[in-house]
Each structure stands twice: as C-alpha cells, then as structure tokens.
Design a protein around this ligand. Structure first.
Ligand code: GLU
Length: 308
C-alpha cells in the first residue's frame, strides 16, 4: 500500500491546546494537573550572579534585554506543559531550561520568557533570533545540525507507541501495517514511520495533543513519538491510554542554539555537566518526568562528537 500522509495545517496551536485540555482534563478547575509537577516541590537552582559571557552574541543580547527567551513545548505533560489557568510552564525540559538560565546568570523565577514553539518551527525560531535557545524534546541529528547548533545530550529518549487501553493488536512497530499512526509535523518519529514503515498510514498534525485527541476519538489507531512524551499523556489518562512495546529508535535530546554561537553551545555543555554532578539534573527528573513512575536513568554524558 502506498504511503499516505495527511498533513493537517488548519488546526494549529490554539486547536491543539483546546483539544488537549478536553482530552486530559488539565486545568479545568484552574489547579495544576493532578499527577503533574507540583510548584512547591521543584528544585531551586543556584544563580551564578557574577556570570558573564560577552563572547556569545546570544548571551549579550539577552543581558541587554534583561531576560532570556527560551523556546519550549506547551502541551507535553511531564516534559513541557503550560497551565492555561496560570500561564506557568512545568516539566523536565522546563527544569533543564531553568537550571541552564541560572548557570548563565539569569534568575529562573524572573528572567525567563518561555515561548511555545511546535516541532516544525524550531529551526526557523532559532535562525530568526525569536528565541535564545530551545529545550523541548529536540533530537540531535545531522539534518538539524546543518541549520542549528546543539548542546548536550541531556537525555536519551526512544520512539514508542501510545494506544487506547483496550487495544489488543498493536503491540509494537511490527503491527503498524494498515493502521493509522499519528505524529507531529517536523518530528523524527513521523519521518521514521514514513521512511521505514511504508505499510502504515502516517497521519500528521502540528502537535501531539491533537494526535492524542484523535486517538481517544477513534480517528487514528496509535500515536507515535518519544516515550517521554507518550508516558506523560498516558499518566494523565491511564484509564484510557497505554504505552506499548520497546523503543525502536534512539533520540538524544539536545538544547538547540543559534548555529553560529559555538561559545553558547559549549557553555551550556559545561553547565549541563555541572548540574548532573551536583544532583540538580536528578532532582529535576524526580520532580517532573519521574512522577510517571519511571525511575531516573543514568544521565548521558555530554558528547561533542554528537553535537559538533
Ligand atoms: N524527539 C523527536 C524530535 O525531535 C520527537 C519529539 C518532538 O517532536 O519534539 O523530532
């Protein structure tokens, strides 16, 4: 069967947010997500107040502006999620962003503006200077390295499948033939389904939240992306959703930076190493993604051969 990919451009981010709320119940009462990160339990990151990095053009302009503008996801529970009632962001990626801001001399409580950027728009956002750096389930790979720079990796994820709780047939990628498999435009999991599983019908939306809504409404058979993201959705609606199978890819997460700002990338590498060493990385994991029940893995080592 020929590969069919439906790219649905019309329902963009607003739709994603509304649908995600309907699907997950998040924010209905204005309270934080039931199983989500609790603001009072998040780590405090020591701010390096005397810090200066004038050889980084990105850092220099952020300092002049008075805050960092960091690109993130807004609809990925446990990783990067915005509470619409308060506007507050939470999740493991958000904590990584906050600890890195502190290492760059910015107060994570006051000196960060988070900007939600979907998977397909990350490279443009970094190239246009809309954001200083990006922390949002962003896989380091050769194609992207032609367009942006990376620091990291700070986590290794893997592609899996999210299905309805009652699903019996779909247990892994080997069962995807003839099934509608949903993922996000501009993501590596979508590319993998299109390239390696031609008998599956790939369905693409701007965000995973729309895919999850379609899964709950029987419009697609599975959602595929990184286990980190899928676990967050399953943890929010365990009566209706489950993650199945073994990971069938390796997704090393990097911090996306403007390609020419090598100084910033290497400084963030050092900051990540230090935050792993002092326990902040683990504390951040435990307070966010760890709530899904999966214990903290060993953090990956910074790998310049991957990022440069
Ligand atoms: N890590 C994968 C990627 O960067 C999937 C998650 C995402 O779309 O952010 O494409």
């Amino acid at each position: 069967m020929p590969l069919r990919t439906h790219r649905v451009a019309a329902a963009a981010l607003l739709g994603a947010l509304v649908l995600s709320l309907t699907a997950t119940g998040c924010g209905r009462s204005g309270s934080p997500p039931a199983r989500g990160p609790q603001p009072g339990k998040l780590p405090h990151y020591a701010v390096d107040s005397g810090f200066s990095l004038r050889s980084s053009p990105t850092w220099k302009s952020a300092e002049k502006r008075g805050h960092l503008t960091i690109g993130v996801k807004e609809d990925q529970p446990g990783m990067g999620e915005m509470n619409p009632a308060t506007g507050a962001y939470s999740g493991f990626d958000i904590e990584i962003a906050r600890m890195l801001a502190a290492s760059l001399g910015f107060d994570p409580e006051k000196d960060i503006e988070f900007k939600a950027i979907a998977s397909a728009n990350r490279e443009t956002a970094l190239q246009n200077g809309q954001i200083d750096f990006y922390v949002g389930t962003y896989t380091i790979n050769d194609g992207r390295k032609k367009l942006v720079g990376f620091a990291g990796p700070y986590y290794i994820a893997g592609q899996k499948l999210l299905v309805r709780r009652a699903e019996k047939q779909l247990k892994g990628p080997q069962d995807m033939a003839g099934k509608k498999i949903c993922s996000a435009v501009g993501s590596t999991p979508l590319q993998r389904v299109e390239a390696d599983y031609p008998k599956a019908t790939a369905v693409a939306y701007d965000s995973y939240a729309i895919c999850v809504d379609n899964l709950l409404n029987d419009q697609v058979d599975a959602v595929t992306t990184d286990d980190t993201i899928l676990l967050g959705y399953a943890a929010k609606d365990p009566a209706k959703l489950k993650v199945v199978g073994k990971a069938f890819s390796t997704e090393p997460y990097g911090v996306g930076v403007p390609r020419s700002d090598k100084v910033l990338a290497r400084t963030l590498d050092k900051a990540l190493t230090a935050r792993v060493r002092d326990g902040d990385w683990k504390r951040a994991y435990d307070a966010t993604l760890g709530l899904s029940g999966v214990p903290a893995p060993k953090p990956p080592r910074i790998d310049r051969s991957l990022t440069s």
